[in-house]
Design a protein around this ligand. Structure first.
Ligand code: S3P
Length: 441
């Protein structure tokens, strides 16, 4: 367990890039492995979550060469090339590894077992197991098949039409990956569009897939052909610097080469509605994904209402949005966000608890929260009579850890953030990036 003390920061200035997109990096390994031929990948995120996905495919006999940092060659073995994993697959902290792999492995002709860390083993898996069972999958788990470790007894699957009640890219992707190995046409319909990297990448790799509004249709058995990919920077990682730039007086930050897929840019729209000065420059396309440089200047933010339609496009950004809301003038109300309760931690509870320690007035709702912002740039107020010096916890959640560090940048008295090793699950080098912007660690 590593602890850091964050002091109030002067203005943050400069140009940075952020590591590759976590969601796209997972999918690049998965599709590269089942493609025919060699896929050359650059910009791969070497965070712990993605390394778990990479190791899982190595266990299944896929050769993956690391040329240099972020640069891989995946020697794909085609749709029927995976081998029974030689050991239990360790998904670490990664929900995406677990859920997407469960879909992909359900239709293989072998047995696999997936487990993960203490946090992952508490997260609900029924959301993928239930629809996959309808396709004929046989998957066992603890808690009547809801919790990992999961035992997947691969077998022939049949296609289905699935209407999902949750906007979840992990559920959608698990079904589509299972559908690739099923006979017939599988369709998934979502209530609100979630991130669409799986659909985009399946298409680029040659799958027979079509998207019509919220419905995606895919034909089983399509040949998947190797592709070269350059993965853009992760907007979910950029979000910490976007908010840091907005709430730290006199700041100006340019974040280069960030993925700005519309299913991911909810954070930009929400922050702009709060009064954030954010500009997209040099918009272009990279390996089938929209990309831009993001220019952020410090701004006076105001509280707003965030409702359920806004949630899926910003699902991973709520911890850092809580910090923006704490630094804003007035009240921010978040509703329709009960999915936050089943992320790496219960992010409504953990953010509520930690912000209170910093003196912020927060009220927890079953599906969101109400945050009473401070005036101007005081940011999260120092805890009560102790002038700052709050001691806060990550709860093993990488995004909570980084959010509390950003809160510390605008707080007097030194904020101690405990258990920050988890940052490496998605953003190794986070603190170094902060120092590139002028913050003295
Ligand atoms: C992800 C989807 C989201 C997100 C997670 C990554 C993905 O989860 O929170 O960090 O890569 O598909 P849900 O699909 O469960 O909302």
């Amino acid at each position: 367990m590593q602890t850091i003390t964050i002091k109030k920061s002067k203005s943050l200035k400069g140009e940075i890039s952020v590591p590759g997109d976590k969601s796209i990096s997972h999918r690049a390994i998965m599709l590269g492995a089942i493609a025919e031929g060699d896929s050359h990948i650059s910009g791969f995120l070497e965070g712990e979550d993605n390394i778990c996905t990479l190791n899982a495919f190595r266990l299944m006999g896929i050769e993956i060469e690391r040329i240099k940092k972020g640069k891989l060659i995946i020697h794909g073995k085609g749709l029927n090339g995976l081998k029974e994993p030689f050991d239990v697959i360790d998904a670490g902290n990664s929900g995406t590894t677990t859920r997407l792999l469960t879909g992909l492995l359900a239709g293989q002709n072998f047995l696999s077992v997936i487990t993960g860390d203490e946090y992952l083993r508490k997260r609900p898996m029924k959301r993928v197991i239930e629809p996959l069972s309808r396709m004929g999958a046989v998957i066992h788990g603890r808690d009547k098949g809801n919790l990992a470790p999961l035992v997947i007894i691969g077998r022939k699957l049949k296609a289905m039409d699935y209407v999902s009640s949750i906007a979840s890219a992990q559920v959608k992707s698990a079904i589509l990956l299972a559908g690739l190995f099923a006979e017939g046409i599988t369709s998934v319909t979502e209530p609100v569009k979630s991130r669409d990297h799986t659909e985009r990448m399946l298409k680029a790799f040659g799958a027979d897939i079509s998207v019509d509004g919220l419905k995606i249709k895919m034909k089983g058995g399509s040949r998947i052909m190797a592709q070269d990919m350059d993965i853009p920077g992760d907007i979910s990682s950029a979000a910490f610097f976007i908010v840091a730039g907005l709430i730290t007086k006199g700041s100006e930050i340019l974040i280069k080469n960030v993925g700005v897929n519309l299913t991911r840019t909810g954070i930009l729209d929400i922050l702009k509605r709060m009064g954030g000065d954010i500009e997209l420059l040099n918009e272009r396309e990279l390996s089938g994904e929209p990309v831009a440089d993001i220019l952020v200047k410090s701004s006076s933010l105001k509280g707003i209402e965030i409702e359920s339609e806004d949630v899926p496009r910003a699902i991973d950004e709520f911890p850092i949005l809580c910090i923006a809301a704490s630094a804003a003038e007035g009240r921010t109300v978040v509703t329709g966000a009960s999915e936050l309760r089943v992320k790496e931690s219960d992010r409504i509870a953990t953010m509520g608890m930690e912000l209170k320690k910093m003196g912020v007035k927060v009220e927890e709702l079953p599906d969101g929260m109400i945050i009473q912002g401070a005036q101007g740039f005081k940011g999260p107020a120092p805890a009560g009579s102790r002038q700052g010096g709050a001691r806060v916890q990550s709860h093993g959640d990488h995004r909570v850890a980084m959010s509390m560090i950003v809160a510390g940048l605008v707080t007097d008295g030194g904020t101690k953030v405990e258990d920050i090793v988890c940052i490496d699950t998605s953003f190794p080098g986070f603190l170094k990036k902060l120092s590139e912007l002028g913050y003295r660690i």
